[in-house]
Design a protein around this ligand. Structure first.
Ligand code: CO
Length: 154
């Protein structure tokens, strides 16, 4: 008998490169940036507005360089129908998702779908810095919303 789960686990070990960032939902982006800069000594290394995701966001990291660093993503909603707005309504500000960097999001999502894991989108959408992203449904991930991120250069 084939050991399917461990074979799939091996596939994912080749595809998952590490923890990319942790997403925190905040009501006010400027206020949250000031708070986390002061609290952790991090700096904003990137900021953008993503209308598709309904957020304005800032990525924070150590000031001397971002290469390979796990970053902190602060997300504030653009409107009341944004998923982040719904999260804030239900749970208030706080940890919202865990993002893993993947080598090939199409392959990673195919492996997961094969395994019966549900993804939020049928196909990847555009995330931070032109990355391609999708989310694993928290019901299939121990209650954790997991974002898969493929960076343009990876
Ligand atoms: Co994210």
């Amino acid at each position: 008998m084939e050991d399917a789960p461990s074979r799939i686990g091996q596939d994912l070990a080749d595809l998952v490169l590490g923890i990319d960032h942790v997403g925190v939902a905040v009501a006010n982006l400027d206020e949250a940036v000031r708070r986390f800069e002061a609290l952790l000594g991090l700096r904003v290394v990137h900021a953008e507005r993503n209308d598709e995701q309904g957020v304005v966001e800032a990525m924070l990291a150590r000031p001397e360089g971002t290469e390979g660093q796990t970053q902190l993503q602060l997300l504030a909603p653009l409107g009341s129908d944004s998923p982040v707005a719904r999260f804030l309504d239900r749970r208030g500000p706080g940890l919202q998702h865990l993002a893993v960097r993947v080598r090939d999001i199409d392959r990673a999502t195919a492996v997961l779908t094969d395994r019966g894991v549900r993804l939020i989108y049928d196909s990847p959408r555009t995330g931070t810095r032109g990355s391609r992203i999708n989310f694993v449904h928290p019901t299939d991930a121990g209650g954790v919303l997991i974002e898969l991120v493929e960076h343009p250069h990876s």
